[in-house]
Write a protein that binds this ligand. Structure first.
Ligand code: ZN
Ligand code: ZN
Ligand code: FE
Length: 748
């Protein structure tokens, strides 16, 4: 046993850890671990991660190394650990050293984290010095990305620099045994941020049915009592948002379960430290006003994620069952985060509850849904951003500029893909400014200077124009649906050729037409369009998106010829019908489209569900809500070459409507038809290309009726199915695909 090391021998080791290890309570954890194992040495944050030196007996070092990974703080993400033996120094103590200076490498910036259970206990305990203090936090929770001005993450580099700590807070901050040791936003009522009005005042306003602008973590919310129908409708009128659902905040899980059905995976998502809005099936006949989410079977719900939120519910005379908490913005502009911007919201709110901790970076609430027990991100923002998506390969520094709607951008470095928070619809100057501001900020944080930028082929997108104006970088145009599938591949670690089913509303095609019902065979190098929905003309650009009856007319003319049965469009003003009919006949102001979103629009109108929409995707969302369970019927279609011809389905739908068949059955049979198209399209592509792996991407896959049955059908047909989880299936996810494709193009 001569090779057995002497376990009492003293050694010194240097450990370098990379990942999310700052702002997540990592240093105090290391300190405790070292002390528990009677090791000497030090721990230090740097811009390259955390460095540790530990010295002591072999047994202690081994225990330390094992626990360092196995018992790491919940929010820490350890990506790389390097351990080297170094000469012994004979030191006695273990100390925490000041952060090292920035050296040009990069660290990961932590996301904002919901109030932890211990802090909740602190501010609800009348004997605690933080009793009812709305800005209570510790190393395990609190603001991070929203207050950080620069890295390394230390108090002087945050907006907390304006609040010198009192003696008590300072003592906690300096005590390695304290939960608030080096908690950068540490504060109390004596020294920290304060509200602009007593919380009781806000309780009164909300009870009276007023709309209150409440400053939160990443911006202002507009809040009102969700059980007060008049208040909710008033907020709708002011926001000029007639139907788009509002998110609500409920005080606890029990309250969520009173208004929604909550699966175990949903429960986990609701209480997770990221605390996103979770889309849940609504119960009927609850206290929540129907005006919260009209025409929807689901509602977005979140739990309180700051002490201030908890206090909003803690009032004399009973808690609010739920509050509407919608982003404080004007239509599609970015969320308001500074008091100076409040005048923009002047017509929307009655009262303001603000505070004096500045928001450095605005961040909306994230939105998720669970499927097959896993979180699927719909909007990736607070709690997720700027946490990277880990790729299976290293990449050159690249930028994906994103799309137009739900824009996010993506920066890559090594094997990290760092997606921005939700920027919004790039349709106005304010959002474009937000895009540039965030890009500048993130490039500096992560020390990334992209060598190549990937952008959407649509010449009108502001993200495309921004990319084309950039100096000193290679530029790579990336087809929209190729980007969707590449994004799904990247987050699933796939690099080989796959079958991509990319179904969505709008994406500019390489032939100048509007694509959106696409079967691709692709990898990061390129794609082949193997199939698509049959082209139909789209009349009047954006108007065709707002008015589904235009697509219904176009599909009906395609199925029946120019003499469409008049009674089908009896609801539409005959003059407008004639104008659009003439546009379609003469191909004036029309483009061709293979969009699946527009197909859903057409069917929604043909069955009399909706002729006009007032938010993106409304017709499809309502068609999904209408689809009855347990229907197996479907309509007919043909596949000719690479064209999917649904004329027969349209004719059969019209016949069913005339027969007076229930709209719920027709809606279900229509969904089943699209699902059959997906399975058949993949089968044909497998025959021609010999591929088994299918990636599903695009906004259409946010339709859960469709997703559930499509995944089932594909698996039954023997396919390996890959879906999004960390990155949205909608256009909020394409930046990742653009970055990967652009980097690959630049490499060649
Ligand atoms: Zn805490
Ligand atoms: Zn204090
Ligand atoms: Fe898309």
């Amino acid at each position: 046993m001569g090779s057995e090391p002497n376990r009492a021998a003293v050694l010194r080791k240097r450990i370098h850890i990379q990942g999310i290890v700052q702002g997540v309570g990592f240093r105090p954890f290391v300190y405790e671990l070292a002390v528990a194992n009677q090791l000497a040495g030090w721990v230090r944050n740097s811009s390259e991660g955390v460095f540790i030196e530990v010295e002591g007996p072999v047994g202690g070092l081994e225990a330390f190394e094992a626990d360092l990974i196995n018992r790491r703080p919940v929010l820490a993400q350890v990506d790389r650990v390097q351990i080297t033996d170094i000469p012994q120094q004979g030191t006695r103590d273990f100390v925490i050293l000041e952060s090292a200076q920035v050296t040009g490498e990069f660290v990961l910036v932590p996301p904002d984290i919901a109030t932890c259970a211990e802090c909740y206990n602190d501010f609800t305990d009348p004997a605690n010095r933080r009793y009812r203090y709305p800005f209570t936090n510790c190393t395990n929770c609190g603001p991070r990305y929203t207050i950080i001005r620069d890295i390394p993450y230390d108090r002087p580099a945050t907006t907390m620099v304006e609040f010198p700590m009192c003696a008590d807070c300072q003592a906690e901050y300096e005590n390695p045994a304290d939960r608030r040791f080096h908690a950068q936003p540490n504060a109390c009522a004596k020294c920290g941020p304060a509200l602009t009005a007593p919380i009781e005042r806000a309780h009164g306003w909300l009870r009276e049915g007023k709309v209150v602008a409440i400053k939160g973590l990443g911006g202002f919310h507009l809040a009102c009592d969700a059980t007060n129908g008049d208040a909710v409708r008033r907020l709708r009128e002011r926001k000029r948002r007639s139907d788009k659902p509002f998110a609500i905040m409920a005080p606890d899980l029990a309250a969520v379960e009173r208004c929604c059905e909550v699966s175990p995976a949903d429960r986990e998502a609701l209480v997770s430290p990221r605390r996103p809005i979770v889309i849940l099936p609504r119960r009927t006949g609850t206290a929540i006003s129907d005006a919260v989410a009209p025409g929807n079977k689901t509602v977005g719900v979140m739990l309180p994620y700051t002490p201030l939120h908890h206090l909003l519910f803690e009032r004399d005379g009973g808690r609010f069952e739920a509050l509407v908490m919608t982003s404080g913005n004007v239509s599609e502009e970015p969320i308001v985060s500074r008091e100076e911007e409040l005048p923009r919201l002047a017509s929307l709110y009655d009262e303001v509850l603000a505070h004096n901790r500045k928001i450095q970076t605005r961040v909306d609430d994230s939105v998720v849904r669970t499927f097959e027990g896993q979180v699927r991100v719909v909007r990736r923002s607070r709690g997720f951003a700027p946490q990277p998506v880990r790729l299976a390969f290293d990449m050159a520094p690249a930028l994906g500029a994103g799309g137009e709607l739900k824009n996010t951008f993506c920066l890559t470095k090594q094997s990290y893909a760092i997606l921005s928070q939700h920027i919004g619809d790039l349709e106005n100057l304010e959002t474009l400014e937000f895009f540039h501001e965030t890009l500048t900020h993130m490039k500096r944080f992560y020390r990334i200077e992209p060598e190549v930028v990937g952008y959407d082929l649509h010449p009108g997108y502001l993200s495309t124009r921004a990319a084309l104006e950039m100096q000193g970088v290679k530029k790579v145009g990336v087809q929209h649906h190729h980007a969707h599938i590449a994004s799904c591949m990247a987050e699933n670690g796939l690099q080989e050729k796959v079958i991509g089913v990319s179904f969505d509303g709008t994406g500019y095609g390489t032939d100048g037409q509007i694509w959106g019902g696409e079967f691709l065979v692709c990898d990061f190098l390129g794609f082949e369009r193997c199939g698509h929905l049959r082209y139909v003309p789209l009349a009047g650009g954006d108007a065709a998106v707002r008015e589904p009856w235009r697509m219904a007319l176009s599909y009906a003319r395609d199925a029946f010829g120019p003499d469409v049965p008049d009674q089908l469009f009896a609801r539409i003003d005959p003059r407008r019908r004639a104008v659009v009919g003439a546009m379609l006949s003469r191909s004036v102001n029309t483009v061709l489209t293979s969009s699946c979103g527009r197909l859903f629009d057409a069917v929604a109108s043909l069955i009399g569900l909706r002729d006009e929409t007032n938010y993106e995707g409304q017709a499809a969302i309502e068609l999904e809500a209408l689809a009855e369970d347990g229907v197996e019927a479907r309509y007919g279609f043909e596949m000719n070459g690479d064209e999917v011809d649904l004329r027969q389905a349209i004719a059969e739908i019209v016949a069913d409507v005339r027969k007076g068949m229930g709209a719920g059955k027709i809606a279900a049979a229509f969904h089943n038809t699209v699902i059959a198209v997906i399975v058949e399209g993949c089968r044909r592509t497998r025959e021609s290309h010999g591929l088994e792996k299918v990636c599903l991407s695009g906004g259409t896959f946010q339709n859960f009726y469709l997703l559930r049955r499509a995944v089932h059908g594909l698996r039954q047909a023997g396919f390996e199915v890959y879906l999004h989880s960390q990155v949205p299936a909608n256009d909020g996810g394409i930046a990742l695909g653009q970055a990967v494709i652009a980097a690959e193009a630049a490499r060649r």
